[in-house]
Design a protein around this ligand. Structure first.
Ligand code: NAD
Length: 492
């Protein structure tokens, strides 16, 4: 393992407008906040640090536009489809600029960032398709005597104004997962991106405007969670809050939102079970990729592995060997596998949790090293049950591997967490795979894969403290629209 090499600094290919966009023009806010590259602290630019008054302007502007056209008929479904299709093509066309923004202000290597841009184009394509599926049905009024002489149906109507709050770790695709469905459903939307990664969000909103989204249907208010975020979610003209972030923040958002519709995509502490008949080497490769991609800053990251005792020693060795081939380094170097955490403070927190586990008797099998915002991929075994690396979401490059004797024990330990996002199980046996899948209390079980797999069309989310409702384009569109009944009393 070598000291982290950082690449020479080049200016950003895309310089953002300084402001929050509101009513279709870039408006300079009264105060600005800097955006830094977490790798080395380079100043990348400034964005508006929106005040509650600026958030109010943005929300009021969007709410006025949406209210003016009542049910959204002013921006017809076919126009929404065309705009979202055009946006998907523009995202693909600006692939490299977007990948650079994601990678420079965030924590993804340039390779990982390119993958995210392709997914965002796909999310927009899926959103465009949903405009043709906003259907209702006729209602069975004649099934009751009281319904005689009536004819009725329902349609799906936009909820109105959607507030979108997004985290730093997928600064483009998670924004697309909120704005795409919100717009497909005919809503106006106000976005508050993560403090660390507003530049990608601003570029994305510019792309939506260029693609033909009406200027007053979309606004972005960069700023802090405590000020801009809180002002947005508590605004009385917001009809639905779509939040992705940590559980603690989610609780604050729910309190500030009050009795509004909310969609919440929160944290994970995902488990993978490796049974004794599994393809051990394939499982080790998938676990290493799932645990250490984006330096573990991924809600689907593999954090805990439970492996059958007869293959445990060899599996741990496979994982350690594969981990030690990973290259920690600058995000801009295409050879890099593991970039930085989003800040040195986060890297220090991860280091502290690892030290706590080791003080309690855990064995450090590899990693454990930190330099600035970089934390080396770390594998721990024999971890005390109540150590934070076991019970909390680590959101860093740390993997815990524990052995099990019976399948019941493995399932119980995998379920022993407040979270329930996704899980994986490796086995050659269909019966064991299905039995484990049925008993794990999570939103999705990947058989012969790690927890870290998703397609953007899946209903996405989980039970327990992993969230409220489901995202995934079609399911988000469903949540962001509501049925409206029209009934005719014709007396026949
Ligand atoms: P975070 O909770 O710190 O912040 C998320 C967003 O909320 C940011 O935009 C932040 O500014 C804003 N915010 C903070 N306080 C607020 C408040 N009081 N009111 C309104 N908004 C507020 O999360 P993060 O560190 O950016 O991201 C990491 C977390 O996100 C992890 O827990 C991860 O699991 C979760 N996440 C979940 C999913 C999912 O789909 N389930 C996907 C990605 C990330």
């Amino acid at each position: 393992m070598t000291t982290v090499e950082t690449a020479p600094i080049a200016p950003l290919a895309w310089q953002p407008p300084a402001g929050a966009v509101w009513s279709g023009r870039w408006v300079d806010g009264a105060s600005a906040m800097p955006v830094h590259d977490p790798e080395d602290g380079t100043l990348l630019g400034h964005v508006t640090d929106a005040s509650p008054a600026e958030v109010d302007q943005a929300v009021t502007g969007v709410a006025t536009a949406v209210a003016a056209v009542g049910s959204g008929a002013g921006w017809a479904a076919w126009q929404r489809r065309e705009a979202l299709e055009a946006a998907s093509r523009l995202v693909a066309r600006h692939h490299e600029v977007l990948a650079e923004l994601i990678s420079r202000e965030g924590c993804k290597t340039v390779r990982e960032a390119r993958g995210e841009v392709s997914r965002a184009a796909e999310t927009l394509r899926l959103s465009a398709q949903q405009t043709g599926l906003l259907t209702g049905e006729t209602l069975p009024f004649s099934d009751t005597a009281r319904g005689a002489g009536r004819l009725g149906w329902y349609t799906r109507e936009p909820v109105g104004v959607v507030a979108a709050i997004t985290p730093f770790n997928d600064p483009l695709n998670l924004v697309a997962h909120k704005l795409g469905p919100a717009l497909a459903g005919g809503n106006g939307v106000v976005l508050k991106p993560a403090e660390a990664t507003p530049l990608t969000a601003l570029a994305f909103v510019q792309i939506l405007l260029d693609a033909g989204v009406p200027a007053d249907y979309v606004a972005v208010v960069p700023g802090t969670g405590a000020t801009a975020g809180r002002a947005l979610v508590s605004h009385p003209l917001v009809d639905l809050v779509s939040f992705t972030g940590g559980f603690r923040t989610g609780n604050e958002v729910a309190r500030a939102a009050g009795a509004k519709k909310t969609l919440m995509e929160l944290g994970g502490n995902n488990a993978v079970l490796v049974l004794d008949d599994a393809d051990r080497e394939a499982a080790a490769r998938a676990v290493v990729a799932g645990a250490f991609g984006v330096a573990g800053q991924n809600c689907l990251s593999v954090q805990r592995v439970f492996v059958a005792a007869p293959i445990a020693d060899r599996f741990v060795q496979d994982v350690v060997d594969a981990t030690e081939t990973l290259r920690v380094g600058s995000k801009s170097d295409p050879r890099t596998d593991i970039g930085p955490l989003i800040g040195e403070r986060e890297a220090r927190r991860v280091q502290e949790w690892v030290a706590e586990a080791c003080d309690g008797g855990a064995e450090l099998r590899t990693g454990g090293r930190r330099e600035g915002a970089f934390h080396w991929p770390t594998v721990l075994t024999n971890v005390p049950a109540r150590a934070r690396v076991m019970t909390e979401e680590i959101f860093g490059p740390v993997l815990v591997i524990e052995r099990f004797d019976t399948l019941d024990e493995a399932v119980a330990r995998a379920n022993d967490t407040r979270f329930g996002l996704q899980a994986g199980v490796f086995t050659a046996g269909l019966e064991s795979a299905l039995s484990v899948a049925e008993r794990l209390r999570v939103g999705a079980v990947m058989i012969n894969d790690s927890s870290d797999f998703r397609i953007d069309a899946m209903p996405f989310g989980g039970p327990k403290q992993s969230g409220v409702g489901r995202e995934g384009v079609r399911y988000a569109v469903e949540a962001m629209t509501e049925p409206k009944i029209i009934a005719v009393r014709h007396g026949g």
